[in-house]
Design a protein around this ligand. Structure first.
Ligand SMILES: CC(C)(COP(=O)(O)OP(=O)(O)OC[C@H]1O[C@@H](n2cnc3c(N)ncnc32)[C@H](O)[C@@H]1OP(=O)(O)O)[C@@H](O)C(=O)NCCC(=O)NCCS
Length: 143
């Protein structure tokens, strides 16, 4: 049933305003470009969520970030975006916000050592003042 609610496609310039607004609402940096960004679009072709993949120096795909508009959460948009990325890139790594760790665990991600994520392509927690509150956790999942 959820397949009829949204479809996945590459991001395009017209999505920018939505994606910037979603990043702003979550206190995230704006996307540097739309490379490797996939959106979930509603029946009006508006982006209701997106995922961006950045390839680390280790050659491994890192999720940074995945965001779903608040009114669309709980409809498996995030899960569908993550599974699509995993089909394309195989192993995925990321730094989870503490509040989203349960989402990733539900998808089969496991905590991993900090050394296994490339902080140059993820949120850099070393320079963030909200680390104690956020409780970030490095995680990964292989196919
Ligand atoms: C995290 C986020 C992407 C999840 O997107 P979503 O579309 O609502 O998630 P889904 O509907 O695909 O959820 C898949 C499963 O994970 C569960 N889940 C979702 N968010 C969860 C959370 N924060 N904690 C625990 N479980 C969660 C869902 O209940 C669902 O379980 P089910 O299969 O038993 O129904 C979304 O909440 C979001 O955009 N959050 C703000 C941005 C953010 O924190 N992004 C991650 C940065 S690390």
């Amino acid at each position: 049933m959820t397949e009829t609610l949204f479809t996945l496609r590459p991001a395009k310039d017209e999505d920018r305003a939505f994606l910037d607004a979603y990043c702003y609402a979550e206190g995230m940096d704006y996307l540097p470009n739309l490379e490797n960004v996939t959106v979930a679009a509603n029946s009006g072709d508006e982006a209701v969520g997106f995922i961006r993949i950045a390839i680390g120096a280790n050659g491994i795909a890192h999720v940074n970030p995945v965001v779903v508009h608040s009114s669309w959460r709980g409809y498996h948009v995030g899960e569908t975006l993550m599974e699509h990325a995993q089909q394309i890139y195989g192993e995925l790594r990321l730094v989870a916000r503490g509040s989203s760790k349960g989402f990733y665990e539900k998808l089969g991600f496991k905590a991993c050592p900090w050394e296994e994520v490339d902080l140059s392509v993820t949120e850099n927690c070393d320079v963030c003042t909200l680390v104690e509150e956020c409780q970030p956790c490095p995680m990964k999942k292989s196919l």
